[in-house]
Design a protein around this ligand. Structure first.
Ligand code: SAH
Ligand code: SF4
Length: 429
C-alpha cells in the first residue's frame, strides 16, 4: 500500500484540507498519483453546500463500486462536508467505503496507513510543497447558522488557531519561497473571539505584514455583520495586505435577509460597502448571492439585481437555492420558487455581472499593473493583480513567484492579457 489519489470538490478550505492530507500521507512515505486506478488509497473530499455538488460526489462514489469489486484491497475513504455525525447510516448506504472521516479528522486513515504501508521512499518530503501561493486556515467552523447553510452542522463551531502557530507556519512557508498567502475561514472576521486575550484579524495581519519574503496577504470570507473599522483600516494601511474583500450579501432584500438569518440589513451592508470604498481606494469587492430562496418574489429578486447593478462588484458568485437537509430553512420553509424562475434569476445575475466585469476590466486597457506570478497555463504565465484579477502574459524567463509589471493589452470579463512592461526587470520584488 504505497500510492494515494485524492479527489477534491468545493471551497478553498477543502482544497487546503486535501493538501494537508497529501502532505501527511507523503510524510509516511506514500506517493501521490493522478490516475485513480494506480492508487492503493483513494480519498474523496466532498462538499455538501448545494445538491449539485453532492450529486457529483454521489456519482464518484458509485463509480468506485466497480473499482472496489475489481481491486478489493484498495482502501476507499470519504471525507469533507458530506460526512455527518451519523456515520452508521453512511456505512449502510455506502458499504464499499472503508473510512468515513469528518472534515480534517484524518487520524483513522493515517493510523491504518502507518500500520499497513510499505513506503516507496524513505526520504521524508519537506513539510510543504513549494509553490508561490498557499492557503492557510486560521479559523475552523462557523457559529452563524444562516438558515440555508449546512457548514456549521458539518464543520462544527468556530475554533481559531493560536496566532503564534499561524505566524510560525507562514514564516516557514515564506522561507521556502511562498510569496502570497490566503488566510481561510468560513468567517475570518470572527478570528480570535475564542482565544485568550481575543486577538483579532487586524492584529494577525499586522504580525504577518512583517514577514520577510512574503509579498502579499489575502483572506476570505468576511461576514458583513462582523467587519470592523479596525480591519478596514488594517487593509488600507498594511502594504502587504491586498485590497480585495470577499463580502457576501446573499440578497438585496431585507425580508429575505431576515429569513436567511444573516444578522444585518441591506442598509447596514451598503453603508459598510460605502465606508470600505471611502477608506480603501481601488478596493475590489466580491459577492455571493443566492437566488430563489423560499418565498422570494420577483420584486425581492429585483432588489438583489438592483443592488448588484448599483454597487458594481468586481466578482459575483451566484447560486440557486438548494435545500440542505437539517438546516433551519429546509425544516421550516418550503422550497417554493419554481426551478425555471430560479434558473432565470440565476442567468439574469450572471449576464449582468458579465457586463459589469467586462466594463471594469476594460478600464485597465493600456495600464500597467503589478502582478504576482502563480504558475503557467500552456505557453503563458498565470498571475494576479492585488485586486485578484487574473492576468496572462508570455515571457521566456522563469517568472514563478515574481512580482512583474505588466501592461494590459487585452481584456475580457474573466481575465486579462498583457506583456511585461519594458522597464520590468523580472526581479523578485
Ligand atoms: N462562509 C461563507 C461561505 C459559505 S458557503 C459565507 O458566509 O459566505 C459558500 C456559498 O455557498 C455561500 O456564500 C452561499 O452563497 C452558497 N450557499 C450556501 N448554502 C447554500 C444553499 N443551501 N443553497 C444555495 N447556495 C448556498
Ligand atoms: Fe454558512 Fe453563514 Fe457560516 Fe457562511 S456565515 S458558513 S453562509 S452559516
Amino acid at each position: 500500500m504505497n500510492r494515494f489519489y485524492i479527489w477534491t470538490i468545493g471551497c478553498q478550505m477543502n482544497k487546503s484540507d486535501s493538501e494537508r492530507l497529501a502532505l501527511e500521507l507523503g510524510q509516511l512515505g506514500l506517493q501521490q498519483v493522478q490516475v485513480v486506478e494506480e492508487a492503493d488509497i483513494i480519498v474523496l473530499n466532498s462538499c455538501a453546500v448545494r445538491q449539485n455538488a453532492e450529486d457529483k460526489v454521489l456519482n464518484k462514489l458509485s463509480n468506485l463500486k466497480a473499482l472496489k469489486r475489481k481491486y478489493p484491497e484498495t482502501i476507499l475513504a470519504l471525507t469533507g462536508c458530506m460526512v455527518d455525525s451519523n456515520i452508521d447510516d453512511m456505512k449502510e448506504r455506502f458499504p464499499h467505503i472503508d473510512f468515513f472521516l469528518k472534515p480534517r479528522n484524518f487520524d483513522d486513515l493515517l493510523t491504518h496507513t502507518k500500520k499497513h504501508s510499505t513506503p516507496l521512499t524513505q526520504t521524508i518530503p519537506s513539510t510543504h510543497s513549494q509553490s508561490a501561493t498557499a492557503f492557510v486556515p486560521i479559523i475552523q467552523g462557523c457559529n452563524n447558522f444562516c438558515s440555508y447553510c449546512i457548514v456549521p452542522y458539518r464543520r462544527g463551531r468556530e475554533k481559531s488557531r493560536p496566532m503564534g502557530e499561524i505566524v510560525d507556519d507562514i514564516q516557514q512557508l515564506a522561507g521556502e519561497g511562498t510569496r502570497e498567502i490566503t488566510l481561510l475561514g468560513q468567517n475570518v472576521d470572527s478570528y480570535g473571539n475564542d482565544l485568550p486575550g481575543k486577538p483579532d484579524l487586524a492584529d494577525l495581519l499586522q504580525e504577518l505584514n512583517q514577514i520577510d519574503n512574503l509579498a502579499r496577504i489575502r483572506f476570505l470570507t468576511s461576514h458583513p455583520k462582523d467587519m470592523s473599522q479596525k480591519l478596514i483600516e488594517a487593509i488600507a494601511f498594511l502594504e502587504k495586505v491586498c485590497e480585495h474583500i470577499s463580502l457576501p450579501a446573499q440578497s438585496g432584500d431585507n425580508e429575505t435577509l431576515a429569513a436567511m438569518r444573516r444578522g444585518s440589513t441591506i442598509e447596514q451592508y451598503t453603508e459598510l460597502v460605502d465606508r470600505i470604498r471611502a477608506t480603501i481606494p481601488d478596493v475590489a469587492l466580491s459577492n455571493d448571492i443566492i437566488v430563489g430562496f423560499p418565498n422570494e418574489t420577483q420584486d425581492q429578486f429585483q432588489r438583489t439585481f438592483d443592488l448588484l447593478e448599483k454597487y458594481q462588484f468586481d466578482t459575483v458568485h451566484v447560486a440557486a437555492y438548494s435545500p440542505r437537509p437539517g438546516t433551519i430553512a429546509a425544516r421550516k420553509l418550503e422550497d417554493n420558487v419554481a426551478p425555471e424562475d430560479k434558473q432565470s434569476r440565476l442567468r439574469q445575475v450572471e449576464e449582468l455581472q458579465e457586463r459589469i466585469s467586462t466594463n471594469k476590466n476594460q478600464l485597465l486597457l493600456g495600464h500597467t499593473v503589478e502582478v504576482l506570478v502563480e504558475g503557467h497555463k500552456g505557453e503563458r504565465w498565470q498571475s494576479r493583480t492585488r485586486s485578484d484579477k487574473l492576468v496572462f502574459f508570455e515571457h521566456e524567463n522563469d517568472c514563478l513567484g515574481q512580482l512583474v509589471q505588466v501592461r494590459i493589452d487585452h481584456t475580457g470579463p474573466w481575465s486579462l492579457r498583457g506583456s511585461p512592461a519594458m522597464e520590468s526587470n523580472l526581479n523578485v520584488g
